[in-house]
Design a protein around this ligand. Sequence first.
Ligand code: COA
Length: 149
Amino acid sequence: MDTGLQINSISAAETYPIRQPVLRPGKPLASCVFDGDDFPTTFHLGGFYKNRLVAVATFMEHNQLDHKSKIAVQVRGMAVLKEYQGRGFGKLLLNFGEKLLLDRRIKTVWMNAREIAVPFYKNCGYNTIGKAFIIPGIGIHFVMLKNLS
Ligand SMILES: CC(C)(COP(=O)(O)OP(=O)(O)OC[C@H]1O[C@@H](n2cnc3c(N)ncnc32)[C@H](O)[C@@H]1OP(=O)(O)O)[C@@H](O)C(=O)NCCC(=O)NCCS
């Protein structure tokens, strides 16, 4: 399917103007900077539609508690601008990142999923682990995980 979405590697700084309205509305751009954004193993993907950056996702090496012995990657800052949601862009970006991880022989991917995003991640093959927890100022989350193959 040609959705018209072009996916490129982008810098951490390029993600902030997308993270901000989608994930930190009303908060300063500085609130969109995550620890680890600039680690050498971290990569950021941008989805461009008609040359406009409309979707971002960040992939950061970080072992989930249950997977201490393996290299695992946490997906962070998954965000699609509101007017572009529901067109398959989020899934395309996540799938693209998963393929890059497989190239690096990384097979465990996880995220702290907002409650509202759980159905999206389930649709992309992730399962919830454990109980819901609260990230202060943001809300209810679930750890979700997928083993790539
Ligand atoms: C969550 C988010 C990244 C999903 O991206 P998106 O581009 O809107 O989602 P997609 O269009 O790629 O959806 C992919 C699939 O998931 C399904 N899906 C998405 N949201 C869903 C929902 N709430 N309930 C059920 N299915 C859902 C879609 O129907 C689609 O199914 P299909 O592949 O069978 O057609 C995006 O909506 C977003 O940025 N939301 C606000 C920020 C957010 O919550 N980020 C996640 C933080 S953890």
